[in-house]
Design a protein around this ligand. Structure first.
Ligand SMILES: Cc1cc2nc3c(=O)[nH]c(=O)nc-3n(C[C@H](O)[C@H](O)[C@H](O)COP(=O)(O)OP(=O)(O)OC[C@H]3O[C@@H](n4cnc5c(N)ncnc54)[C@H](O)[C@@H]3O)c2cc1C
Length: 376
């Protein structure tokens, strides 16, 4: 009998597990994958999430492994339009760029250091059943079907969460007219550690520094890229921005479209939904993983107090309300980010860019925009 079973060893499940282990609870994290994913998705870690990672004692390792982005610069048709410094948080005056694979490795190591058996790989959770005093989690494991009993289950099983579907079947999903094509290439741009937005009439191109002199390029397309190749991505980037990518050095390619979905409830008796399982938002703006970590940081003290005998009903209700509100706000921000990247007539784009450049000269406005981009 564990105190808590967490479903999913993604960044959110692992961080939740770490926080509970640090508070002395017995945790099992069930993960269907037998090895860690090598899909590089999230790269951006925002100051508020870094503060939570620091409290858990792992920010230092991530900062050492990552690149500190202190500034975002916007170009349009080869001219510099505006820039924004990410220096509003005195503790962490930057957005940290680290590949999600590295982040998950650091988190899993920290979890295993506290309990070598906490992460159970190859356990595909099929069903959960709530009894009066415990939850039974049924998982398909390499040695057959196993049952794990716990006082609480935290579902961090991602955007296609089986557990969310079980409790909230038919949850509406929103889709968007935006598709993206991204890849990592050796960085030969000279942009250093700047994040760069190319606001182009055919659609936005975004570019972010990564460790080891690599840059991630993301282009907005109107239709899904069916045949993603490094050469194809390099052609779009060159056509829109004039930047020439080193195709032979390409190390990652991915094409994706965008959906959003927000669970009506995060708490279902002894089962709590967290991270993408509770709220899927567009990756544009890089908020999903950060949002899930902030969910975990808010939930950990409530779980702790409940195991120490406190009545936490009111705190759980408040948790659900504030975290759903944070997800909604992040989703609106992601919607604005996507709108900014859609194609626009050249004259309209010039007028819009001039308006943005002027507005960002006003400290109150640039401060507001900086807070929105850094999730503060
Ligand atoms: C291209 C891209 C770029 C992104 N960039 C950023 C960014 O810069 N910053 C940011 O904050 N976010 C970003 N995101 C979003 C971020 O990747 C997600 O929000 C984050 O991975 C969510 O973490 P999670 O742990 O909730 O879910 P996941 O990462 O999806 O992990 C869920 C885990 O649960 C496991 N699982 C699923 N079902 C079961 C089951 N039945 N039994 C056992 N295990 C199960 C899965 O195998 C997986 O390991 C990006 C996303 C994409 C697609």
């Amino acid at each position: 009998m564990a105190d808590v079973v967490i479903v999913g060893a993604g960044p959110v499940g692992l961080f939740m597990g770490l926080l509970l282990l640090q508070r002395g609870h017995r945790v099992r994290i069930l993960e269907r994958r037998s090895t860690r994913s090598n899909r590089s998705r999230a790269i951006g870690i925002h100051p508020s999430a870094l503060a939570e990672l620091a409290r858990a004692g792992i920010a230092g390792q991530l900062i050492t492994a990552g690149v500190q982005i202190t500034r975002g610069v916007a170009y349009s048709r080869r001219r510099r339009v505006a820039e924004l410094a990410f220096d509003g948080d005195s503790g962490f005056p930057f957005i940290l760029a680290v590949p999600q694979t590295v982040t998950e490795e650091v988190l899993e190591l920290a979890v295993r250091n506290l309990d070598a058996g906490a992460v159970v790989r190859g356990a595909d959770v099929q069903e959960i059943a709530q009894d009066l005093d415990c939850v039974r989690t049924i998982a398909d494991c390499p040695d057959g079907i196993r049952e794990f009993r716990s006082r609480l289950v935290i579902a961090a099983d991602g955007a296609h969460s089986r557990i969310c579907r079980r409790y909230q079947p038919g949850l509406p999903e929103r889709s968007y007219p935006d598709c993206y094509f991204m890849g990592d290439f050796p960085d030969n741009t000279g942009h250093g550690s700047d994040a760069v937005l190319y606001l182009e009439p055919e659609g936005i191109v975004e570019s972010f520094p990564l460790p080891h002199d690599v840059r991630r390029w993301v282009v907005r397309l109107g239709t899904p890229e069916r045949d993603p190749t490094a050469g194809g991505l390099a052609d779009v980037v060159a056509h829109r921005t004039g930047e020439v990518l080193d195709v032979a050095g390409n190390s990652m390619l991915s094409a994706f479209d965008v959906r959003s979905r927000l669970a009506h409830r995060m708490v279902h008796g002894r089962v709590v939904l967290l991270g993408d399982a509770a709220h899927e938002i567009s990756p544009i703006g890089g908020q999903g993983m950060n949002l899930g970590w902030l969910d975990a940081a808010a939930l950990a003290p409530i779980v702790d107090a409940s195991f120490r005998g406190a009545d936490v009903g009111r705190h759980l209700a408040e948790f659900e309300k504030t975290r759903r509100k944070a997800a909604l706000r992040a989703s609106h921000q992601a919607g604005l980010n996507m709108a900014l990247g859609r194609p626009l007539w050249p004259q309209a784009m010039s007028a819009r860019n001039a308006f943005f450049a002027g507005a960002l000269e006003v400290p109150a406005i640039s401060g507001f925009v900086e807070r929105r981009f850094t999730m503060r």
